[in-house]
Design a protein around this ligand. Structure first.
Ligand SMILES: Cc1cc2nc3c(=O)[nH]c(=O)nc-3n(C[C@H](O)[C@H](O)[C@H](O)COP(=O)(O)OP(=O)(O)OC[C@H]3O[C@@H](n4cnc5c(N)ncnc54)[C@H](O)[C@@H]3O)c2cc1C
Length: 394
């Protein structure tokens, strides 16, 4: 197992750190530390401008092949980029769904024409995307999608409802999993459509969350339209493409979170030392456990990186989401316990939360989105350990 980054990687780290230090200034200085979990509605226009600034300097989509506008960065370099971005307090990325989900899907499954048409907008930060998968009765059981699309003349016409669509309010396009053959068995007859959001047939209703922000929405399609060739992969093959996207969601993009988590833990440790709770034996043990968990995450990320072949991750990578999500949710709870009664007092009325309160509330969702903990355990059992498949209703 390789526990150190190479000299070349460290030079790359310096390049990233220098660029961020020079550019998170002036008009962008206000973005430092903003737009993270529970703070998603903050400075949205400014963060979109920042996304375009990153794109113009070649710091978006760095892991993509050069031919598609990326830098061909290795997995290690991608992790380093995320680490330095977190260290510099880089703001929540407006383009992350396009960069980490749709772009890699189009590179793997899209036609050359779709790649030429849609990838440059993601690289430049001009086009923002959202993910239209979940529905009121299709979350973990995603194949139960009921949103329908039919071909009429040379267009798909879409009717149905999606829910929990992150960034729908600000996105230009949505990749929508639709049922295009209602007669086919559940996992067949689905298609993966690219749908423009700015049209009369699409209505977005933001859902306020417990954090007071609304990073996701209900998305209604009522006769929404998109050209016939905006289907990724053959019509009816959407399940395969949708699973490709999910694999990217579980993939490399979360390996570099360690530094962000470390900053959060350090703040909690600072408060514990200051308010005396660090002297409580049980609290000390929980704080130490949190630190140990963070170190395990870091070593596991290094292990995965040294076992990875190109962009292909080893089976050990399958534990990453389950581990970090559970650790992070527990950290939110630890933060509140360290604060004690103070944890009940917000920053200002009517509902302005402190950063740690936002952390606590938002991390409740870490173990739900991108596959709940129970689903992660099923995946580990079936795909990493080769256990029999979960019994499913006939
Ligand atoms: C912050 C946030 C952002 C999101 N963003 C998006 C987005 O942008 N686009 C999008 O399409 N969706 C998004 N989602 C939705 C997310 O993908 C779903 O919430 C998730 O897949 C779970 O589905 P569900 O909410 O319908 O819960 P359900 O699937 O109904 O699950 C309910 C409970 O049952 C358990 N369960 C379900 N099936 C099994 C099983 N087979 N074995 C054991 N336990 C099981 C689950 O683990 C869970 O505890 C987001 C969710 C959150 C919280």
């Amino acid at each position: 197992m390789q526990l150190r980054f190479s000299a070349e990687d460290e030079a790359f780290r310096q390049e990233v750190a220098d660029w961020l230090a020079e550019n998170l200034r002036g008009e962008f200085a206000q973005l430092v530390g903003r737009g993270g979990p529970g703070d998603e509605n903050a400075l949205v226009d400014e963060r979109i401008a920042w996304e375009r600034h990153l794109g113009a300097a070649g710091w978006t989509c760095i892991g993509w092949p050069r031919e598609h506008g990326g830098r061909d960065a290795t997995l290690a370099q991608q992790v380093i980029f995320h680490e330095e971005y977190a260290r510099a307090g880089g703001p929540g990325r407006a383009g992350h769904i396009g960069e980490t989900l749709l772009g890699p899907t189009l590179i793997a499954f899209g036609s050359p024409e779709q790649q030429r048409r849609f990838l440059p907008g993601i690289v430049s930060g001009e086009t923002l995307w959202c993910q239209g998968y979940s529905e009121p009765n299709a979350g973990s059981d995603l194949a139960n999608v009921q949103t329908r699309a039919r071909l009429e003349d040379s267009e798909w016409v879409i009717d149905g409802q999606k829910v929990w669509t992150s960034w729908a309010e600000w996105s230009d396009w949505c990749f929508v999993l639709c049922r295009t053959d209602p007669e086919a068995p559940k996992h067949r007859g689905l298609s993966y459509l690219l749908v423009p959001m700015e049209q009369p047939g699409v209505e977005v209703r933001p859902i306020p969350q417990i954090t007071g922000t609304a990073e996701f929405s209900e998305t209604f399609f009522d006769g929404a339209r998109t050209p016939a060739d905006n289907v990724v992969g053959p019509p009816g093959d959407g399940w395969r493409v949708a699973n490709g996207t999910l694999a990217f969601e579980r993939g490399a993009s979360t390996l570099g979170q360690n530094l962000l988590f470390r900053t959060e833990l350090e703040e909690i440790l600072r408060i514990a030392r200051q308010n005396g709770r660090a002297s409580d034996p049980v609290m000390r043990q929980r704080l130490a456990d949190a630190w140990i968990g963070l170190e395990i995450m870091r070593y596991n990320a290094l292990r995965i990186l040294s076992q990875a072949r190109g962009a292909e991750l080893p089976p050990a990578a399958m534990i990453t989401k389950l581990y970090w999500a559970t650790w992070h949710r527990n950290l939110g709870k630890l933060a509140m316990d360290v604060l004690g009664p103070e944890s009940m007092i917000g920053d200002a009325l009517p509902y302005q939360l402190t950063a740690l309160q936002r952390l606590f509330l938002f991390t409740r969702s870490d173990t739900i989105y991108a596959g709940s903990n129970e689903i992660q355990r099923n995946l580990i059992a079936e795909r990493a350990l080769g256990m029999p498949r979960e019994p499913r209703p006939a």
